[in-house]
Design a protein around this ligand. Structure first.
Ligand code: S3P
Length: 437
């Protein structure tokens, strides 16, 4: 995050959490609906568009590229409505400044795929955190499709000289839904078929979203293909609640004795919910009830209650499906009875912060027995946290994870830079206050 001074928040220990809630709209899905709406012909109306700063960055970038967008945020998260007048495939306009994606790598990488097919020069940049994140993973395949992309050290700013693209077959080197989506977005504009193959499945929101906008998507095992040039139709879509935001409450309820939370209208896409299986392994009582498909996305009720915690191990093959929830699992492991060993997760070092070093440092500062490993971490739940001061390192997932850890401490804790939560969950601390019983 850039600009304004960071805000610190004091988190008191919790004796019990309970209640019913809904979470803001899903961040990953909101980005995709907005970007596809801009490429479509006609109007796209997105209900419950994510209210965090990352999804506002996507709208800001699209406006810079000439897209007309109406954004009405109501008092309730479910009332945030975004209307986009699509420019049609290849219809974005050249920006007269650099395009700033803020803290959002999803915005930057997915836009890179789209702008690779536009016949002008664009510079994509972001805040200090985003300017440290690796872009070679999109630069290489987009260059193979015929665009010219460059960056000084593999990190933003990224300069794109777009043009006519040809379809390719590409196997992703790291499991990444952002890379897969950037290539599929480029593939919509390319001549011929674009196929992206993964070694381990990642979230499939792009595949589901494309179908809503009238695009035929072929899926075969871990490969997904689109044919270009493709014509997208604007549509009306509703975003389910963000599973990764709900995950904070699911983990907090699992951690604190006698707690139970009930979250409705939350996305339950199986490529996102691996956390639930791990929570059950750790001892929690977890149940889900699928009640509808919100425009191609499974959606329903999630209930999580505390039961005595057990130490758990997360294996490397589980990491891609849990990538955003690993800091929360680390927080869970600091609660009485918990424990966690994670390996094969070096990808965490390339996130909004180095999520191995900063996570272990913050948990240790709260009193945890936590050790950093090159590709993961070990947490031994052999003590109660004393409480202390943890630095969120300008990372929203860490701010939330430290708050969840602090709920089990013996004394109050201070989260430095706690306003980082605004990137994905602006109402996080207000909701926490409501859940204390
Ligand atoms: C996201 C994909 C994941 C995830 C990120 C959102 C997406 O990143 O960590 O928070 O919306 O596609 P990678 O694709 O880099 O794994």
């Amino acid at each position: 995050m850039d600009g304004t001074a960071a805000t610190n928040v004091v988190v008191e220990p919790a004796s019990r959490l309970g209640g019913h809630l809904v979470c803001p709209g899903d961040k990953s899905i909101s980005h995709r609906y907005a970007l596809l709406g801009a490429l479509a012909t006609g109007r796209t109306t997105i209900t419950r568009y994510a209210t965090g700063a990352d999804c506002s960055s996507t709208l800001k970038c699209l406006r810079t590229l000439g897209v007309t967008i109406l954004n009405q945020t109501g008092p309730d998260v479910a009332e945030s409505i975004v209307e986009i007048d699509g420019c049609g495939l290849g219809g974005l306009s050249e920006a007269n400044t650099s395009v700033d994606a803020g803290n959002s790598a999803t915005t930057l990488r997915l836009l890179a795929g789209i702008l690779a097919a536009h016949p002008f020069r664009t510079t994509l940049t972001g805040d200090p955190s985003l300017r440290r994140r690796p872009m070679d993973r999109v630069i290489k395949p987009l260059c193979a499709m015929g665009a010219q992309l460059s960056s000084e050290d593999g990190c933003p700013p990224l300069t794109i000289n777009g043009g006519t693209l040809r379809g390719i077959e590409w196997t992703t080197a790291v499991p990444s839904a952002q890379v897969k989506s950037a290539l599929l977005f480029a593939g919509l504009h390319a001549n011929g078929k674009t196929t992206v193959r993964e070694r381990i499945a990642t979230r499939d929101h792009t595949e589901r979203a494309l179908a809503l906008f009238g695009i035929e998507v072929a899926r075969s095992g871990l490969a997904v293909s689109v044919k270009g040039p493709a014509a997208l139709r604007g549509c009306a879509v509703k975003v389910p609640g963000d599973f990764s935001s709900a995950a904070g409450w699911a983990v907090a309820a699992a951690a604190i004795p006698q707690s139970k939370v009930d979250i409705t209208d939350v996305g339950l896409n199986p490529t996102r919910t691996a956390l639930l299986n791990v929570l059950s392994r750790a001892g929690a009582i977890v149940s889900t009830e699928l009640d509808r498909h919100a425009d191609g996305e499974p959606c329903g009720r999630l209930t999580v209650a505390h039961r005595n915690l057990r130490p758990i191990v997360v294996s490397p093959s589980e990491v891609p499906a849990l990538i955003d929830e690993l800091p929360l699992l680390a927080a869970l492991a600091t609660h009485r009875g918990g424990g966690l060993t994670v390996t094969g997760a070096s990808e965490l070092r390339t996130k909004e912060s180095d999520r191995i070093t900063a996570l272990v440092a913050g948990l240790r500062a709260l009193g945890a027995n936590a050790t950093e490993q090159p590709d993961g971490f070990i947490i031994v739940g052999d003590r109660s946290l004393a409480g202390g001061t943890a630095n969120a390192a300008a990372d929203h997932r860490l701010a939330i994870a430290f708050a969840v850890a602090a709920l089990g401490a013996e004394g109050p804790s201070t989260i430095l830079g706690a306003d980082a939560v605004d990137v994905s969950y602006p109402g996080f601390f207000k909701t926490l206050a409501l859940l204390r019983t």
